[in-house]
Design a protein around this ligand. Structure first.
Ligand code: NAP
Length: 247
């Protein structure tokens, strides 16, 4: 397939926040390439829906914590389309347990999916992006980076690390006009919240000044802004989008 519009890469685009980002950026006339781990039918339905609306996208099964899979997909995409205009490092999982009960497997699964994937994806695309001299990288952190959540030391470690990566990488690549920023969502209405027991969810909701869970569009709109000319002088920053939960 040939494309004549800029393209963007979204990890974890089959469901939840990633899906909202894919939809939003496609309507802004980017060719959106997204990955997923196992939700093939969700990915196919999403692509169909976007194409029926006259926009452009493609989904790839690619475990972004696997170096080989990222390397094969990124090489293919770069040879087909050149460097992406933007990378949205969104894929993430939780495997919650109190530290004293957390298995090594739960620790490593979350670190590799949420954090090592960021290194792998950025490392794969950045050299070509630097040559292009214009682009954005977004990391999907969480308010858990700032506000304690019992049972989430693995998740919190990855989300806090992204803020540090963002600041250091912004300094490394600023002279190539690549902007690097982080989004830290609060409670966004996706399947990731399904495991939170209802009474606890109610309590969390009562701590949100805007009185509602966030919608995936709330996150996608900010990303759209950061990719637009409005975001051209913003780099190294973290944007908390949480309805005031951490105010
Ligand atoms: P979600 O509904 O569970 O969706 C996760 C997405 O990531 C899916 O598309 C999933 O693919 C993909 N994914 C997971 N592991 C992957 C891997 N190894 N390789 C490729 N893709 C993978 O999650 P969400 O709520 O939208 O969260 C998205 C991001 O926002 C995460 O980084 C999360 O930590 C962050 N966040 C979410 C909230 C919230 O309240 N929802 C709050 C703060 C931060 P499959 O469909 O194939 O599994």
């Amino acid at each position: 397939m040939n494309i004549s519009i800029p393209w963007v890469f979204v990890s974890g685009g089959s469901r939840g926040i990633g899906k909202g980002i894919v939809k939003m950026l496609a309507t802004q006339n980017y060719h959106v390439v997204f990955t997923y781990k196992s939700s093939t039918s969700e990915a196919q339905i999403l692509c169909q829906e976007i194409k029926q609306q006259g926009y452009s996208c493609e989904g790839h099964q690619c475990n972004v914590s696997n170096a080989e899979e990222v390397s094969v997909l990124s090489a293919k995409l770069i040879s087909q389309y050149g460097p992406p205009y933007a990378i949205i490092n969104n894929a993430g999982i939780t495997q919650d347990a109190l530290l004293i009960n957390m298995t090594e497997e739960e620790w490593h699964n979350v670190i590799s999916t949420n954090l090592s994937s960021v290194y792998l994806v950025n490392h794969a695309f950045l050299p070509e992006m630097l040559t292009a001299g214009d682009g954005c990288i977004i990391h999907m952190s969480s308010v858990t980076a700032f506000k304690a959540n019992s049972g989430q030391v693995n998740y919190a470690a990855t989300k806090a690390a992204m803020i540090g990566i963002t600041r250091s990488l912004a300094v490394e690549v600023g002279r190539f006009n690549i902007r690097v920023n982080t989004i830290a969502p609060g409670l966004i209405d996706t399947e990731m919240l399904d495991h939170i027991p209802s009474p606890h969810k109610k309590k969390l909701l009562s701590n949100i000044p805007l009185g509602r869970l966030g919608a995936v569009e709330d996150i996608a709109l900010t990303i759209n802004f950061l990719l637009s000319p409005g975001g051209c002088y913003i780099t190294g920053q973290t944007f908390v989008i949480d309805g005031g939960m951490t105010a």
